[in-house]
Write a protein that binds this ligand. Sequence first.
Ligand code: SF4
Length: 341
Amino acid sequence: MATQLAADSYAKAQHDKLISLEHVTKHFPIKKGFFNRTVGQIQAVTGVNLDIYRGETLGIVGESGCGKSTLGRCILQLIRPTSGKVIFEGQDLTTLSPTQLRPLRRDMQIVFQNPYSSLDPRMSIGDTVAEPFVIHHMAHGKKFQDEVKTLLDLVGLPKSAYSRYPHELSGGQRQRVGIARALALKPKFIVADEPVSALDVSVQAQILNLLMDLKKEFQLTYLFIAHNLGVVEYISDRVAVMYLGEVVEVAPARQLYEKPLHPYTQALLSAISIPDPNYDHSQRVLLDGDLPSPANPPSGCRFHTRCSYNIEVCQQERPCLEEYFPGHVAQCHRVKDINHL
Ligand code: SF4
Protein backbone atom coordinates (compact mmCIF):
# COMPACT_ATOMS: atom_id res chain seq x y z
CA MET A 1 0.00 0.00 0.00
CA ALA A 2 2.80 2.38 0.99
CA THR A 3 4.70 1.65 -2.22
CA GLN A 4 1.51 2.15 -4.26
CA LEU A 5 1.08 5.58 -2.66
CA ALA A 6 4.73 6.33 -3.35
CA ALA A 7 4.30 5.37 -7.01
CA ASP A 8 1.15 7.51 -7.28
CA SER A 9 2.86 10.52 -5.74
CA TYR A 10 5.76 10.01 -8.14
CA ALA A 11 3.36 9.95 -11.10
CA LYS A 12 1.69 13.18 -9.95
CA ALA A 13 4.94 14.95 -9.18
CA GLN A 14 6.85 14.00 -12.28
CA HIS A 15 5.79 17.10 -14.19
CA ASP A 16 7.19 19.38 -11.52
CA LYS A 17 10.97 19.27 -11.67
CA LEU A 18 12.79 20.91 -8.79
CA ILE A 19 16.27 20.03 -10.05
CA SER A 20 17.59 18.95 -13.44
CA LEU A 21 21.11 17.65 -13.90
CA GLU A 22 22.45 17.94 -17.43
CA HIS A 23 25.68 16.05 -18.26
CA VAL A 24 27.09 16.71 -14.79
CA THR A 25 30.74 15.67 -14.64
CA LYS A 26 33.28 15.95 -11.85
CA HIS A 27 36.89 14.92 -12.40
CA PHE A 28 39.55 15.45 -9.73
CA PRO A 29 43.12 15.99 -10.92
CA ILE A 30 45.82 13.56 -9.73
CA LYS A 31 48.93 15.60 -8.90
CA LYS A 32 52.41 14.14 -8.57
CA GLY A 33 56.07 15.08 -8.34
CA PHE A 34 58.06 18.09 -7.21
CA PHE A 35 56.22 20.44 -9.59
CA ASN A 36 52.82 19.06 -8.61
CA ARG A 37 52.02 18.22 -12.23
CA THR A 38 48.63 16.81 -13.17
CA VAL A 39 49.27 13.23 -14.26
CA GLY A 40 45.68 11.98 -14.53
CA GLN A 41 42.07 12.48 -13.54
CA ILE A 42 39.83 10.64 -11.07
CA GLN A 43 36.56 10.45 -12.99
CA ALA A 44 34.26 10.57 -9.95
CA VAL A 45 31.07 11.53 -11.85
CA THR A 46 30.66 11.39 -15.63
CA GLY A 47 27.84 12.81 -17.74
CA VAL A 48 24.95 12.40 -15.28
CA ASN A 49 21.50 13.41 -16.55
CA LEU A 50 18.82 13.19 -13.88
CA ASP A 51 15.67 15.01 -12.81
CA ILE A 52 14.55 15.36 -9.20
CA TYR A 53 10.83 16.05 -8.82
CA ARG A 54 9.34 18.32 -6.19
CA GLY A 55 8.17 16.37 -3.14
CA GLU A 56 9.85 13.07 -3.98
CA THR A 57 12.60 11.09 -2.31
CA LEU A 58 15.12 10.00 -4.90
CA GLY A 59 17.38 7.27 -3.56
CA ILE A 60 20.90 6.87 -4.95
CA VAL A 61 22.62 3.51 -4.51
CA GLY A 62 25.88 1.94 -5.58
CA GLU A 63 29.11 0.56 -4.15
CA SER A 64 31.50 2.75 -2.16
CA GLY A 65 33.48 4.91 -4.57
CA CYS A 66 30.79 4.99 -7.29
CA GLY A 67 30.39 8.79 -7.05
CA LYS A 68 27.10 9.06 -5.09
CA SER A 69 28.37 11.52 -2.48
CA THR A 70 30.31 13.55 -5.05
CA LEU A 71 27.12 13.89 -7.09
CA GLY A 72 25.18 15.09 -4.02
CA ARG A 73 27.85 17.68 -3.26
CA CYS A 74 27.96 18.81 -6.91
CA ILE A 75 24.20 19.46 -6.78
CA LEU A 76 24.61 21.64 -3.69
CA GLN A 77 27.68 23.30 -5.25
CA LEU A 78 29.77 22.30 -2.23
CA ILE A 79 32.02 20.91 -4.96
CA ARG A 80 31.85 22.72 -8.31
CA PRO A 81 31.26 20.31 -11.23
CA THR A 82 33.96 20.17 -13.93
CA SER A 83 31.23 20.56 -16.55
CA GLY A 84 27.47 20.26 -17.01
CA LYS A 85 24.50 22.11 -15.56
CA VAL A 86 22.66 21.89 -12.24
CA ILE A 87 19.34 23.63 -12.79
CA PHE A 88 17.46 24.44 -9.56
CA GLU A 89 14.01 26.01 -10.08
CA GLY A 90 15.05 27.14 -13.57
CA GLN A 91 18.40 28.65 -12.56
CA ASP A 92 21.75 27.08 -13.50
CA LEU A 93 23.69 27.00 -10.21
CA THR A 94 27.01 26.30 -11.93
CA THR A 95 27.04 29.81 -13.43
CA LEU A 96 26.49 31.59 -10.09
CA SER A 97 29.24 33.16 -7.98
CA PRO A 98 29.52 32.26 -4.25
CA THR A 99 27.73 35.54 -3.40
CA GLN A 100 24.90 34.81 -5.83
CA LEU A 101 24.61 31.27 -4.44
CA ARG A 102 24.34 32.41 -0.83
CA PRO A 103 20.58 33.16 -0.71
CA LEU A 104 19.88 29.90 -2.60
CA ARG A 105 21.79 27.91 0.02
CA ARG A 106 18.82 28.43 2.36
CA ASP A 107 16.76 26.26 0.05
CA MET A 108 19.29 23.43 -0.19
CA GLN A 109 20.78 21.71 2.83
CA ILE A 110 22.69 18.54 3.67
CA VAL A 111 22.55 15.95 6.45
CA PHE A 112 25.97 14.32 6.79
CA GLN A 113 26.78 10.68 7.30
CA ASN A 114 28.76 10.84 10.48
CA PRO A 115 26.98 12.56 13.37
CA TYR A 116 30.21 12.27 15.41
CA SER A 117 32.38 14.37 13.12
CA SER A 118 29.73 16.68 11.61
CA LEU A 119 29.16 18.55 14.90
CA ASP A 120 31.71 20.92 16.43
CA PRO A 121 32.52 19.48 19.90
CA ARG A 122 33.15 23.00 21.28
CA MET A 123 29.69 24.33 20.35
CA SER A 124 26.58 23.70 22.42
CA ILE A 125 23.64 22.08 20.65
CA GLY A 126 21.73 25.39 20.83
CA ASP A 127 24.58 27.26 19.11
CA THR A 128 24.99 24.49 16.52
CA VAL A 129 21.34 24.57 15.46
CA ALA A 130 21.31 28.40 15.59
CA GLU A 131 24.38 28.72 13.36
CA PRO A 132 22.42 28.87 10.06
CA PHE A 133 20.27 31.74 11.46
CA VAL A 134 23.43 33.64 12.41
CA ILE A 135 25.13 33.04 9.04
CA HIS A 136 22.05 34.20 7.11
CA HIS A 137 21.18 37.04 9.55
CA MET A 138 17.70 35.59 9.98
CA ALA A 139 16.92 35.84 13.69
CA HIS A 140 18.26 37.51 16.81
CA GLY A 141 18.17 37.16 20.58
CA LYS A 142 15.16 35.46 22.18
CA LYS A 143 13.49 34.84 18.81
CA PHE A 144 16.20 32.54 17.57
CA GLN A 145 16.37 30.72 20.91
CA ASP A 146 12.65 29.99 20.59
CA GLU A 147 13.13 28.85 16.99
CA VAL A 148 15.96 26.51 18.01
CA LYS A 149 13.90 25.02 20.84
CA THR A 150 11.00 24.45 18.43
CA LEU A 151 13.38 22.69 16.02
CA LEU A 152 14.79 20.49 18.78
CA ASP A 153 11.25 19.54 19.72
CA LEU A 154 10.40 18.78 16.07
CA VAL A 155 13.25 16.29 15.76
CA GLY A 156 12.35 14.61 19.04
CA LEU A 157 15.03 16.11 21.33
CA PRO A 158 14.20 17.49 24.78
CA LYS A 159 14.50 21.26 25.31
CA SER A 160 17.28 20.51 27.83
CA ALA A 161 19.48 19.47 24.85
CA TYR A 162 19.80 23.19 24.05
CA SER A 163 22.63 23.75 26.51
CA ARG A 164 24.31 20.35 26.15
CA TYR A 165 27.38 19.46 24.08
CA PRO A 166 27.73 16.78 21.38
CA HIS A 167 29.74 14.40 23.61
CA GLU A 168 26.75 14.25 26.01
CA LEU A 169 24.45 12.85 23.30
CA SER A 170 24.09 9.41 21.70
CA GLY A 171 24.72 8.83 17.97
CA GLY A 172 21.00 8.94 17.17
CA GLN A 173 20.53 12.18 19.13
CA ARG A 174 23.48 13.77 17.34
CA GLN A 175 21.98 12.85 13.99
CA ARG A 176 18.73 14.49 15.14
CA VAL A 177 20.77 17.65 15.83
CA GLY A 178 22.18 17.43 12.28
CA ILE A 179 18.63 17.16 10.92
CA ALA A 180 17.43 20.11 13.05
CA ARG A 181 20.30 22.23 11.71
CA ALA A 182 19.47 21.25 8.12
CA LEU A 183 15.80 22.21 8.70
CA ALA A 184 16.53 25.55 10.40
CA LEU A 185 16.18 27.69 7.27
CA LYS A 186 13.11 25.82 5.98
CA PRO A 187 14.83 24.39 2.91
CA LYS A 188 13.05 22.92 -0.12
CA PHE A 189 15.68 20.29 -0.85
CA ILE A 190 17.87 18.15 1.41
CA VAL A 191 20.72 15.84 0.44
CA ALA A 192 20.78 13.09 3.06
CA ASP A 193 24.24 11.55 2.61
CA GLU A 194 24.18 8.10 4.23
CA PRO A 195 22.37 9.61 7.23
CA VAL A 196 21.86 6.32 9.06
CA SER A 197 24.85 4.19 8.08
CA ALA A 198 26.91 5.20 11.15
CA LEU A 199 24.03 4.43 13.55
CA ASP A 200 22.98 1.29 15.39
CA VAL A 201 20.33 -0.71 13.56
CA SER A 202 17.81 -0.05 16.35
CA VAL A 203 18.19 3.72 15.87
CA GLN A 204 18.21 3.67 12.06
CA ALA A 205 14.45 3.07 11.77
CA GLN A 206 13.70 5.97 14.15
CA ILE A 207 15.78 8.38 12.07
CA LEU A 208 14.26 7.14 8.79
CA ASN A 209 10.74 7.59 10.19
CA LEU A 210 11.66 11.05 11.42
CA LEU A 211 12.93 12.01 7.95
CA MET A 212 9.71 10.72 6.38
CA ASP A 213 7.51 12.62 8.86
CA LEU A 214 9.45 15.85 8.32
CA LYS A 215 9.21 15.43 4.57
CA LYS A 216 5.42 15.31 4.81
CA GLU A 217 5.19 18.18 7.26
CA PHE A 218 7.47 20.56 5.36
CA GLN A 219 6.89 19.30 1.78
CA LEU A 220 10.58 18.53 1.42
CA THR A 221 12.37 16.91 -1.50
CA TYR A 222 15.17 14.49 -0.62
CA LEU A 223 18.15 13.06 -2.42
CA PHE A 224 18.80 10.05 -0.21
CA ILE A 225 22.26 8.52 -0.67
CA ALA A 226 22.93 5.07 0.78
CA HIS A 227 24.65 1.79 0.05
CA ASN A 228 22.06 -0.20 2.03
CA LEU A 229 19.43 -1.24 -0.51
CA GLY A 230 16.87 -2.14 2.15
CA VAL A 231 17.03 1.37 3.62
CA VAL A 232 16.69 2.97 0.19
CA GLU A 233 13.68 0.81 -0.69
CA TYR A 234 11.98 1.81 2.56
CA ILE A 235 12.30 5.56 2.08
CA SER A 236 12.46 6.23 -1.68
CA ASP A 237 9.83 7.01 -4.32
CA ARG A 238 12.36 6.49 -7.11
CA VAL A 239 15.84 4.98 -7.12
CA ALA A 240 18.89 5.74 -9.29
CA VAL A 241 21.71 3.19 -9.43
CA MET A 242 25.26 4.47 -9.96
CA TYR A 243 28.26 2.52 -11.18
CA LEU A 244 31.73 4.04 -11.52
CA GLY A 245 30.50 7.62 -11.83
CA GLU A 246 27.57 6.93 -14.18
CA VAL A 247 23.85 6.48 -13.58
CA VAL A 248 23.05 3.05 -15.05
CA GLU A 249 19.38 2.63 -14.08
CA VAL A 250 16.54 4.81 -12.73
CA ALA A 251 13.04 3.59 -11.88
CA PRO A 252 10.17 3.98 -9.43
CA ALA A 253 11.33 2.14 -6.29
CA ARG A 254 8.87 -0.74 -6.41
CA GLN A 255 9.55 -1.41 -10.08
CA LEU A 256 13.32 -1.34 -9.62
CA TYR A 257 13.19 -3.83 -6.76
CA GLU A 258 10.70 -6.13 -8.50
CA LYS A 259 12.07 -6.00 -12.03
CA PRO A 260 15.62 -4.62 -12.23
CA LEU A 261 16.76 -4.37 -15.85
CA HIS A 262 20.48 -3.65 -15.64
CA PRO A 263 22.84 -6.57 -14.81
CA TYR A 264 24.57 -4.44 -12.15
CA THR A 265 21.27 -3.66 -10.39
CA GLN A 266 20.35 -7.34 -10.61
CA ALA A 267 23.65 -8.26 -8.94
CA LEU A 268 23.23 -5.62 -6.22
CA LEU A 269 19.71 -6.78 -5.41
CA SER A 270 20.64 -10.42 -5.42
CA ALA A 271 23.31 -9.66 -2.80
CA ILE A 272 20.62 -8.64 -0.26
CA SER A 273 20.44 -11.36 2.39
CA ILE A 274 17.04 -13.07 2.42
CA PRO A 275 16.01 -14.52 5.80
CA ASP A 276 14.32 -17.59 4.27
CA PRO A 277 15.85 -21.07 4.77
CA ASN A 278 14.12 -22.26 1.57
CA TYR A 279 15.62 -19.49 -0.58
CA ASP A 280 17.70 -20.93 -3.43
CA HIS A 281 21.08 -19.17 -3.06
CA SER A 282 22.33 -20.66 -6.37
CA GLN A 283 20.08 -18.09 -8.11
CA ARG A 284 22.30 -15.28 -6.91
CA VAL A 285 24.10 -13.13 -9.47
CA LEU A 286 27.64 -12.65 -8.20
CA LEU A 287 29.86 -9.72 -9.15
CA ASP A 288 33.38 -10.62 -10.33
CA GLY A 289 36.28 -8.64 -8.91
CA ASP A 290 36.46 -5.18 -7.41
CA LEU A 291 35.22 -1.85 -8.69
CA PRO A 292 37.77 -0.73 -11.35
CA SER A 293 39.76 2.44 -10.67
CA PRO A 294 37.87 5.64 -11.54
CA ALA A 295 41.26 7.00 -12.71
CA ASN A 296 41.24 4.47 -15.54
CA PRO A 297 37.67 3.30 -16.15
CA PRO A 298 37.02 0.49 -18.66
CA SER A 299 36.18 1.44 -22.27
CA GLY A 300 32.63 1.11 -23.65
CA CYS A 301 30.25 -0.01 -20.94
CA ARG A 302 32.10 0.62 -17.68
CA PHE A 303 30.54 -2.50 -16.17
CA HIS A 304 31.85 -4.86 -18.87
CA THR A 305 34.83 -6.14 -16.83
CA ARG A 306 32.42 -7.59 -14.25
CA CYS A 307 29.38 -8.43 -16.38
CA SER A 308 28.60 -12.03 -17.28
CA TYR A 309 26.53 -10.86 -20.33
CA ASN A 310 29.47 -8.92 -21.78
CA ILE A 311 29.88 -9.19 -25.60
CA GLU A 312 32.22 -7.42 -28.03
CA VAL A 313 30.09 -4.29 -28.49
CA CYS A 314 30.04 -3.76 -24.71
CA GLN A 315 33.80 -3.22 -24.71
CA GLN A 316 33.70 -0.75 -27.57
CA GLU A 317 30.58 1.40 -27.28
CA ARG A 318 29.23 3.23 -24.29
CA PRO A 319 25.50 2.38 -24.04
CA CYS A 320 22.93 5.20 -23.65
CA LEU A 321 20.22 5.44 -20.99
CA GLU A 322 17.03 4.25 -22.72
CA GLU A 323 13.48 4.09 -21.41
CA TYR A 324 11.94 0.59 -21.31
CA PHE A 325 8.86 1.28 -19.16
CA PRO A 326 7.38 4.65 -18.12
CA GLY A 327 9.98 6.28 -15.88
CA HIS A 328 12.22 3.19 -16.00
CA VAL A 329 15.51 3.76 -17.85
CA ALA A 330 18.63 1.60 -18.07
CA GLN A 331 22.05 1.95 -19.70
CA CYS A 332 22.91 -1.41 -21.26
CA HIS A 333 23.21 -2.75 -24.85
CA ARG A 334 21.46 -6.01 -23.98
CA VAL A 335 18.50 -5.08 -21.74
CA LYS A 336 16.02 -6.72 -24.13
CA ASP A 337 17.83 -10.10 -24.48
CA ILE A 338 18.74 -10.34 -20.81
CA ASN A 339 15.23 -9.57 -19.58
CA HIS A 340 13.32 -11.26 -22.46
CA LEU A 341 11.45 -8.04 -23.32
FE1 SF4 B 1 26.78 -6.03 -19.42
FE2 SF4 B 1 27.10 -5.25 -21.94
FE3 SF4 B 1 24.97 -4.46 -20.58
FE4 SF4 B 1 27.37 -3.50 -19.98
S1 SF4 B 1 26.26 -3.20 -21.91
S2 SF4 B 1 25.83 -4.20 -18.56
S3 SF4 B 1 28.64 -5.28 -20.32
S4 SF4 B 1 25.48 -6.55 -21.17
